[in-house]
Design a protein around this ligand. Structure first.
Ligand SMILES: *Cc1c(COP(=O)(O)O)cnc(C)c1O
Length: 493
């Protein structure tokens, strides 16, 4: 049904027999879509012996057909600009257009990364301002803008913890505690630093199990990586106790800051004793991500770790800005200045909203998640059901036949992007739903109605759910095979 529509939109291609037809199917020998300028240099024969291709098999189509083809392909994409995007843990909020404008200002977008400091004072000023904003928001002493993403920030934070212990002659501290609800990047970052990841179970309320955590606090402890609110969307109820236990044992606490959207202006991780944390600018501060562009994962640190931050940082001296490496810095982790355009966008987001606006972001994100949770409770089990923060996790196990994957696929037929599925691992058949603050009450209600309709179908006509989606060019992909054996071109050759 949907591809009928898509095909009609393709005008000249409407006759193609398959919605997957590539440009090859419209190729007509001799038809051209480009006109190259006349050569203004003499022709030059390539010396023989250089391998040369006689013929380059490309589809021969008009410019308009090429435009239609790619526009049609782009319409198969989901994006935050076209759809509600409740992908839990990813914070797919609105990306304000004003941020695109500021990042595109010629003074920023045309600045060469090798400009001397004296000629890029404006750009350095924005970076210094963002460092201060983030330090204030997170409760940290200093912030480095270098890392390119959250996972990169994690790696930096764990490298800083390692450097800290080594400097104090405690290289035997190699064990990092990670709750079983954590994002997979946490154990990966730990392993990349040569540390040993030790899993800590969650208790019946979805908090990290304090009894187990305390039993693991000894002199081999490097630290704890904690996500708060955790990936169940729940605030760690015994956060202070956990941080205290780790500190007493000589360890440090890494905060996975991916879920900061719930806390803006309300709670500062640094105040609670988190020693180092990354910010996902692309999540919390609304810069495009996923297919939309690169992110940035600045790292903030408190007293103990500030001197180990990656550099350079931007320092202010009177009216001037300059670059400097922190004393015990783990070094550079990214070329030049990190993902600079993302930094400008995040700066814009924060400056535009101000302190009150940021607090309203968190309040509305939490309100939206709780409202949506309430709306769907009649159709879906919520395993750790207490007031949630910015997201919640429902069970997609509707009956013995219908699973989380089926629910996700059926939602596509209803025109919705599915939530995150099968994560966190501690909820069987997890549906992880994060509406963000951007969405209206009407959108939340319409999405809940679709979820409830799928739950009803699962009881009455499970087949239609199990064979979904019905309206897309491709339905259920073998994702593992696709990743291992990517076919990156269409066409006959
Ligand atoms: C997104 C996320 C990360 C990783 O961040 P990236 O910017 O995608 O590298 C880490 N932890 C949690 C909980 C996340 O949601």
């Amino acid at each position: 049904m949907k591809h009928e529509f898509a095909r009609k939109r393709r005008g000249a291609f409407a006759g193609a027999d398959s919605p997957q037809a590539g440009v090859w199917d419209y190729s007509v020998p001799g038809r051209e879509g480009v006109s190259l300028p006349r050569a203004d240099v003499p022709a030059y024969e390539l010396p023989s012996g250089i391998p040369q291709r006689k013929d380059l098999p490309l589809p021969e189509i008009s410019e308009l057909d090429a435009v239609r083809h790619f526009t049609w392909l782009s319409r198969l994409n989901y994006s935050i600009d076209t759809h509600f995007y409740p992908l839990g843990s990813c914070t797919m909020k609105y990306n304000p257009r004003i941020s695109e404008k500021t990042a595109a200002l010629p003074g920023f977008s045309l600045a060469h990364p090798l400009l001397p400091e004296s000629l890029c004072q404006g750009s350095l000023g924005i970076m210094e301002g963002l460092q201060n904003f983030l330090a204030e928001i997170g409760g940290f002493r200093s912030v480095s803008l270098q890392p390119a993403a959250g996972a990169h920030g994690e790696l930096c934070g764990v490298m800083m913890i390692r450097a800290y212990h080594q400097k104090r002659g405690q290289a035997g501290r190699v064990r990092m505690l990670i709750p079983d609800s954590a994002h997979g990047t946490n154990p990966a970052s730990v392993a990349m630093c040569g540390f040993q990841a030790v899993q800590v179970p969650s208790d019946a309320r979805g908090n990290v199990d304090m009894r187990v955590l305390k039993s693991l606090c000894d002199d081999t402890l490097a630290g704890l990586m904690l996500t708060n609110p955790n990936t169940l969307g729940l605030f760690e109820e015994r956060l202070d106790e956990a941080i205290d236990a780790v500190h007493r044992a000589g360890g440090l606490v890494y905060g996975d800051g991916a879920n900061l959207n719930a806390l803006l202006g309300i709670f500062r991780p640094g105040d609670a004793g988190i020693d180092v944390m990354h910010f996902n600018l692309h999540k919390t501060f609304g810069t495009p991500h996923g297919g939309g562009g690169p992110g940035a994962g600045p790292v903030g640190a408190g007293e103990k770790l500030a001197s180990f931050l990656p550099g350079p940082l931007v320092l202010r001296e009177g009216e001037a800005f300059r670059l400097a490496m922190p004393e015990n810095s783990i070094g550079r982790v990214k070329a030049f200045y990190g993902n600079f355009a993302v930094l400008v966008k995040a700066y814009t987001f924060i400056a535009m909203l101000g302190a009150e606006g940021l607090r309203a972001v968190a309040e509305n994100a939490v309100l939206n998640a709780n409202y949506l949770k309430k709306l769907i409770e009649g159709g879906y089990a919520i395993p750790y059901n207490r007031p949630c923060m910015h997201e919640f996790v429902a069970s997609g196990h509707l009956n013995d036949q219908v699973h989380a994957l089926d629910v996700a696929k059926r939602l596509i037929d209803y025109g919705w992007h599915p939530p995150t599925v099968y994560f966190p691992l501690i909820v069987k058949e997890a549906l992880m739903i994060e509406p963000t603050e951007s969405e209206s009450r009407e959108t939340l209600e319409a999405f809940a109605a679709a979820l409830l309709a799928v739950a009803r179908e699962a009881g009455q006509e499970a087949d239609i759910v199990k064979t979904a989606p019905h309206g897309t060019p491709v339905g259920r992909l073998d994702e593992v095979a696709a990743a291992r054996n990517p076919v990156l071109k269409s066409g006959k050759k």
